[in-house]
Design a protein around this ligand. Sequence first.
Ligand code: ARG
Length: 275
Amino acid sequence: MAARVLMCPPDHYGIEYEINPWMNRSLGAGREHAFTQWRALRDTLLSLGAAVEELTPRPGLPDLVFTANAGLVFGKRFLSSRFRHEVRARESPVFDEWFAAHGFTVEHLPEGMYHEGAGDALFCGDTLFAGYRTRSAAAAHQWVGQALGVRVLPVELVDPRFYHLDTCFCPLAPSEALYFPGAFDDYGRKVLAAHVPKLIPVGEADAVRFGCNAVVVGRTVVHNSRCPELGAALRAAGYEPVEVELDEFLKAGGSAKCLTLRLDGEEAAGWKQRA
Ligand code: ARG
């Protein structure tokens, strides 16, 4: 089954508020560069055989480009995010409209239960690994687990730079994942080690370039540029690393994975089909 991905062009992208340690309004982001980099990511995914759906960008929603946070896709169900910050909560009606128009059933978590979608909840095999603290709440992850009937393993994110799980953890295959150990506490590292047989550690230098924020298409792993150790580790594990420079998005605290949302296969069945 070909990968199907949702992306949103950066027409209105920018650093207009600061809701994570990477964002600095006075530095801003260059829209021209952002466009070039965004297109390079899209074209790379297309060249790998992925189908890319494009969401229409909207003024006043600079982070709409980070479609990973739209919600969690599970088959034809779309569990819409409950954003921690009001500036991003405004994106939800746009995402909900798109998913409803594309054949998904749109569902919402109870009010006040923060959950930032595929940014904080990632399937590795049939288990949903769930990051909590800064953005999503542990209780929200349990609610999602119940709603979907899947096993959820919440892990606390202890380093503010890695505020979403997809910034420090990347499933590669049902029993294999990349992770940045420093983003988790001892307990979290134990949980990951106990449930993911092949854990590939990423060093801090590559982790702060958001190397873990990668898009996996089959055996190819698309990630931000200048992550040399990560590239070597991926090759050693039998993957093909592909670098795309995404520095304009790092300024907002995002990279390849954040800029995409898998519309297929985020659920356990997808893994089986892909394997
Ligand atoms: N500026 C955005 C925020 O702070 C970046 C989101 C990155 N997305 C992700 N899935 N990690 O919410």
